[in-house]
Design a protein around this ligand. Structure first.
Ligand code: 6GU
Length: 232
């Protein structure tokens, strides 16, 4: 059972997020337990303040370190990176992070616990990234107003890799990125739709020819849409 704890100033954002499809089934089957937590519950002051003005000046507010350190201490049992147990990951989601990839999702799927800390775009006190977390991750080269959508992305990509989460054992390994290529194109009925035909070979039942066509089509699509994937 993978336990996922989300630390956020918007716990209600996640209210129905895990009620659909594969994630819902994985929760129901006891493969994962996902728990959003309000960062404000780890504040000590009367007004539950989680942010403050940046030292050195500038726009926006910065998330304070104390509630985040307290949250991770209570959820993961330690508040220093090197004391986090081997099977746990404490992740800060921020636009300054390393890129989240399929191989990172595969690592997370082997863990016993993930603690996902949702940053705000204005910033998080840097001592969180430097001292507390095991990973600082971004989902891509654009700026989100907070880490909450990124947490959903990380959770979805991870949970579907848990053993037993997908219907078929092959579907997780034959699609995009597990072999460094985009997925091949898919078609279903009707074979003719408004003058657009399904590629003939797919209707032949010749599985060797179909496999060859899919490989070539995947390479062509990767070259067109993601040439960067071929240049490594
Ligand atoms: Cl993880 N957070 C924010 N705020 N923006 C992002 C991101 C994360 N990943 C890409 N952009």
């Amino acid at each position: 059972m993978l336990r996922i704890d989300i630390v956020t100033i918007f716990p209600d954002y996640f209210r129905e997020a895990f009620d659909y499809g594969i994630i819902r089934r994985a929760c129901a089957a006891g493969l994962v337990n996902i728990q959003p937590h309000d960062l404000r519950s780890w504040t000590a002051d009367k007004h539950h303040v989680v942010d403050d003005r940046p030292f050195g000046g500038g726009d926006g507010m910065v998330l304070k370190p104390e509630p985040i350190f307290a949250a991770v201490e209570s959820l993961a049992g330690a508040n220093r990176r090197e004391q986090i147990p081997k099977g746990k990951r404490v992740v800060l989601l921020s636009p300054q992070g390393e890129r989240f990839t399929q191989s990172r999702a595969a690592d997370f799927a082997t863990c016993e616990q993930l603690v996902l800390i949702c940053g705000r775009y204005e910033g998080v006190d840097e001592r969180v990234a430097e001292i507390l977390v095991t990973d600082e991750l971004s989902i891509g080269d654009y700026v989100l107003s907070g880490g909450e959508p990124a947490a959903l992305v990380v959770i979805d990509a991870t949970v579907r890799l848990l053993p037993g989460a997908l219907g078929s054992a092959t579907s997780a390994t034959t699609e995009s990125f597990s072999d460094g290529l985009l997925d091949y194109p898919h078609y279903t009925r009707p074979p003719k739709f408004e003058g657009m035909d399904v590629p003939e070979v797919l209707l032949t039942g010749n599985h060797a020819e179909i496999a060859g066509w899919r490989r070539r089509a995947a390479e062509a699509k990767t070259k067109r849409n993601r040439p960067d994937l071929l240049k490594k």
